[in-house]
Ligand binder design. Structure first.
Ligand SMILES: Nc1ncnc2c1ncn2[C@@H]1O[C@H](COP(=O)(O)OP(=O)(O)OP(=O)(O)O)[C@@H](O)[C@H]1O
Ligand SMILES: Cc1ncsc1CCO
Ligand SMILES: [Mg+2]
Length: 282
C-alpha cells in the first residue's frame, strides 16, 4: 500500500502543474470545512487564504466543542505559533478526533527550536501522526535533532530550506508523516522521494503568517485528496507561490502583496496556473 502511494508521484513537470490546478479546482468545488487551531497573529490571513482558495475555514479551538465539531471538518490545521499550556490539550484532542474520524490533519511547528516547552509540545503533536508537517528550515531541523537551537530567531528561519532536506527525509521516515520544508525552494518528502516547488517570492518572508497560511492551504488540499498527501502538499505550495508571484507584479511592498496575493489566489485561472506552476522531482 505504502509503495503504491509512493509510486503514484508523477515525474513530469507538466503533469505536476496539471495536478496542482486539478487540486485547486477540487478545493473550489468541494469547499472543504477546515478547522484551524492557530496562533493569534495568523488567524485573519489564514482564514482569508482558505476562503480565497474556495475552502471554508473555522477557527475553533475549545476542548469543550472539539469532540462534536472536529468530525464535521474535512481537514484540520494545528499551529503552535502562540502556544500556551492551556491550548495544548485542545490541539491534542483535535488531532486524536481527526485520526479517529479518518480526516487528515496538518501540523505547523512554529518556532519549534525556540524553547524546550515548544519543542516538547511539537514533538508530542508529531507523535500523534499528522498527515503532513510543514515548517521552515529551522523548525524541521529542530524536530529532527530533538533539541532547542541556541541560534533560534523564533518564528524566522536561520537556515535555508535546502539545509534541511536530509533532516526532512529522516524525520518523515521516523514519524510516518509527510514533511514539507518551505523556503526559496520548498521540499516535500515521504522519506524516500523528494518533490520540489520553485514558486514564490522572497517578499513572502516579510508578511507575517504567510507560512502559517500556506500550511492551512495544505490542509485544504490534503483534505480533498487525502490518499495523495505528497502531491496535494506540493500543489498547495505551488498554487500559493504562483499567487504571490502574480500579486508581486502589482504590489508596492509587503502590505499590498498581502492583499494582491489573496486576490490572485481567488482569481487564478487554468492557463496562468499551467504556465507558472513549477514542481519537479529532486
Ligand atoms: N526566498 C524565498 N523565495 C520564494 N518564496 C519563498 C522564499 N522564502 C519563503 N518563501 C515562501 O513563503 C512561504 C512561507 O514560507 P516560510 O518558510 O517563510 O514560512 P515560515 O517561516 O513558517 O513563515 P511564518 O512563520 O511567517 O508563517 C512559502 O510559500 C515559501 O515557499
Ligand atoms: C510573529 C509570530 N509570533 C508567534 S506566531 C507568529 C506568526 C508567524 O509565524
Ligand atoms: Mg512558520
Amino acid at each position: 500500500m505504502e509503495e503504491e502511494k509512493t509510486n503514484t508521484i508523477k515525474e513530469n513537470p507538466i503533469e505536476l502543474a496539471q495536478q496542482a490546478w486539478t487540486h485547486l479546482e477540487l478545493v473550489r468545488k468541494k469547499s472543504p470545512l477546515i478547522q484551524c487551531i492557530t496562533n493569534f497573529v495568523s488567524m485573519d490571513l489564514m482564514a482569508n487564504t482558505l476562503l480565497s482558495a474556495g475552502a471554508s475555514p473555522a477557527m475553533i479551538h475549545s476542548v469543550d466543542e472539539i469532540p462534536e465539531f472536529t468530525p464535521k471538518a474535512l481537514g484540520v490545521c494545528i499551529n503552535a505559533g502562540t502556544l500556551t499550556p492551556d491550548w495544548l490539550p485542545g490541539m491534542k484532542l483535535a488531532a486524536q478526533v481527526a485520526n479517529q474520524s479518518k480526516k487528515p490533519w496538518v501540523l505547523d511547528p512554529v518556532a519549534a527550536g525556540g524553547s524546550s516547552f515548544r519543542l516538547k509540545a511539537c514533538l508530542e503533536l508529531l507523535a500523534l501522526r499528522p498527515s503532513v508537517v510543514r515548517g521552515n528550515g529551522s523548525e524541521i531541523l529542530a524536530l529532527f535533532k530533538g533539541s532547542v537551537d541556541s541560534n533560534s530567531k523564533g518564528v524566522d528561519s536561520v537556515y535555508g530550506s535546502s539545509d534541511a532536506v536530509e533532516a526532512a527525509k529522516s524525520l518523515a521516515q521516523q514519524s510516518g508523516s509527510i514533511v514539507a520544508v518551505s523556503g526559496a525552494v520548498d521540499f516535500i518528502t515521504d522519506g524516500d522521494k523528494v518533490v520540489c516547488v520553485h514558486n514564490g517570492v522572497p517578499m513572502l518572508q516579510k508578511i507575517t503568517a504567510s507560512g502559517c497560511s500556506v500550511t492551512a492551504l495544505i490542509s485544504a488540499f490534503v483534505a480533498v485528496d487525502p490518499s495523495h498527501p505528497v502531491e496535494a502538499t506540493a500543489s498547495a505550495l505551488a498554487i500559493f507561490g504562483v499567487s504571490s508571484e502574480i500579486g508581486m507584479d502589482m504590489a508596492r511592498g509587503p502590505a499590498s502583496l498581502r492583499t494582491h496575493l489573496i486576490d490572485s489566489l481567488y482569481g487564478l485561472d487554468e492557463a496562468t496556473a499551467l504556465a507558472r506552476v513549477r514542481i519537479s522531482r529532486f
